[in-house]
Design a protein around this ligand. Structure first.
Ligand SMILES: NC(=O)c1ccc[n+]([C@@H]2O[C@H](COP(=O)([O-])OP(=O)(O)OC[C@H]3O[C@@H](n4cnc5c(N)ncnc54)[C@H](O)[C@@H]3O)[C@@H](O)[C@H]2O)c1
Ligand SMILES: O=C(O)CC[C@@H](O)C(=O)O
Length: 526
């Protein structure tokens, strides 16, 4: 049974899902050294933002197949090291979107109405009203920096509250911004015009200290800044000083360059500074969403299925993945088959999506085909994460094409491997019940389901050959489950495909190749 370590506190709903397929150990008190010591026995690790999944942790986890982050940001995980080691890293890109957006809105209103300070004042026995005169957000200008999932929801709600919206996001079209009621502008305009600025961006080299002494100096003395995205995108000393000396009107921060927040000037700013300890995603609903989302993906990967939100393999939305999943299995099976037929070193893999399959995203199908192709050489070391890298390192050229004019089945996939020992091709399709069929081998039409053990022969189409193979297998006690012959012309060349119940011993294969009229024979293990 697989073993999963949960090293931060996550919702029970996620643990319940994992427990269906694995032994789950929850240990939220591990020091970095203890984690390194514990990780070798685990197949999966599930974390929130508390656990630092460093290179050392990942390298010690020699059984690890997947690391799940119950949340959006994966900045606490060394993703490049995980990718190199073929470990899938998954997150929950949407599970806490609403929670984080609502927290940003709550911070904006708290700041503009002095709610935290007023609360503190009443609780300390006072009744102060004059110093807590706030300001309305109605008709004020909100500058949204980062108009992704969270920024978009903030914009939608803020618009409903009567705010005017400016947005800055270099990767979003003006049309998308317009749909959300935002005017797409440059950063300068946000800095100089906005009454409120809310940040919803990742921490990257471009966004590091995006808000700094220089940008703060351009803002109105009434501007309030809200950051519920990532620490490090604001220079904390600079914003503490700017609020303290009235360069800006205030700041509400949920995230910090170093967490937990240690000694900081931010803690000493008296008024107009609202601080929360990274609570953006801390709602019951969001915690259930992210735990379920990530646990389901860990379960799928442990069962050998692809994950829907892997950050280090081609991204697919869940609906697309659900539709594509049977084709990924088909691609992997065909990749494995063509790799075994090719035998030696494969130099080029041609991947052709045919018929209705041409409407699908080809990249995941190509990755699945490569995974199958390389599985003979790399066994379980190859997976959806590293298949493309491994293929590239082996110098395998991949050419993908689409041909909508082929109308067999409801879409089919053709793989052609060109290698040191020649060329081979296989085509496969799915029946209406999603059953896989191999429909062509080296140009010969057939119609067989893939089987664990198979025998393929290329032979002259002449009387007696099939009987001889049948008797030979009988003599060696090899049981035939099914048999089919495909040919292009009568008495030309033909292929025979046998599904057998057990592996074919090497000496039986040698005997088969000695039968007159047999040109080639291959045993296949799928
Ligand atoms: N406080 C919390 O608890 C909490 C919870 C969830 C998410 N987050 C964080 O909030 C942020 C936004 O999350 P999301 O789900 O909306 O992500 P998202 O990927 O949907 O949106 C991020 C947006 O930022 C934009 N962007 C990237 N670089 C930019 C730049 N240099 N300038 C301006 N825009 C840029 C992207 O184009 C994208 O539209 C992330 O950093 C995430 O980790 C925090
Ligand atoms: O509470 C958490 O786990 C952090 C959530 C948030 O920062 C995220 O990236 O999803």
């Amino acid at each position: 049974m697989s073993k999963v370590l949960v090293s931060d506190s996550v919702d029970q709903a996620g643990i319940d899902i994992l427990s269906q397929v694995a032994q789950v150990d929850v240990n939220t008190k591990l020091s970095p050294e203890e984690l390194i010591k514990a990780i070798p026995e685990y197949d999966a690790l599930m974390v929130r933002s508390g656990t630092k999944v460093t290179q050392e942790v990942i390298e010690a986890g020699n059984q690890l197949k997947i690391i799940g982050r119950a949340g959006v940001g994966v900045d606490n995980i060394d993703v490049p090291t995980a990718t190199r080691r073929g470990i899938v890293v998954v997150n929950s890109p949407e599970g806490n979107t609403i929670a984080a957006a609502e927290h940003a809105l709550a911070m904006m209103l708290s700041l503009s109405r002095h709610i935290p300070d007023a609360n503190q004042s009443v609780k300390s026995g006072k009744w102060e009203r004059k110093q807590f005169i706030g300001s309305e957000v109605y008709k004020k200008t909100l500058g949204v920096v980062g108009l992704g999932k969270i920024g978009s929801h903030v914009a939608t709600v803020a618009r409903a509250m009567g705010m005017k919206l400016l947005a800055y996001d270099p990767f979003i079209s003006a049309e998308r911004a317009e749909q959300l009621g935002c005017r797409l502008v440059d950063l300068e305009m946000i800095f100089t015009e906005a009454d409120y600025i809310t940040l919803h961006i990742p921490r990257t080299p471009e966004t590091e200290n995006l808000i700094n002494a220089e940008s703060l100096a351009k803002m109105k003395p009434t501007t309030r800044i809200i950051n519920c995205s990532r620490g490090g995108v604001i220079d904390e000393d600079a914003i503490a000083e700017a609020v303290e000396n009235g360069t800006i009107g205030g700041a509400a921060l949920d995230v910090f360059a170093e967490e937990p927040l240690g000694e900081s000037k931010l803690r000493n700013v008296g008024a107009n500074m609202v601080l929360t300890p990274h609570l953006g995603a801390s709602t019951e609903e969001a915690q259930t969403n992210v735990a379920v989302d990530v646990a389901e993906q860990i379960r799928d990967v442990l069962l050998g299925l692809p994950a829907r939100s892997a950050v280090n393999i081609p991204g697919l939305n869940p609906d697309v993945l659900e539709k594509l999943r049977p084709f990924l299995q088909l691609a992997e099976t065909l990749g494995n088959l063509v790799g075994q037929l090719a035998g030696g070193r494969v130099e080029q893999l041609n991947v052709r999506l045919q018929g209705e399959l041409t409407d699908s995203q080809s990249q995941p199908i190509v990755v699945a085909a490569l995974k199958g192709l390389l599985s003979q050489a790399l066994r379980e070391r190859v997976n959806y994460v590293n298949a493309s890298i491994e293929a590239k390192e082996r110098g395998i050229r991949v050419i993908e094409t689409k041909d909508a004019s082929v109308h067999d089945y409801s879409g089919s996939l053709r793989l052609e491997a060109i290698g040191s020992l020649g060329e081979h091709s296989v085509t496969g399709a799915l029946l209406s019940d999603q059953e896989m069929r191999i429909t062509n081998v080296d140009g010969f039409p057939i119609n067989v389901p893939p089987n664990n053990y198979m025998l393929f022969t290329l032979h002259r189409d002449m009387p007696g050959i099939i009987g001889q193979i049948g008797s030979l297998l009988g003599n060696f006690n090899v049981n035939i489950a099914s048999m089919q012959v495909g040919r292009k012309i009568v008495r030309g060349d033909a292929v025979m495909v046998l599904s057998i119940d057990d592996p074919l011993p090497e000496d039986v294969l040698t005997e088969i190749t000695k039968i007159s009229g047999i040109r080639d024979a291959y045993t296949i293990k799928l």
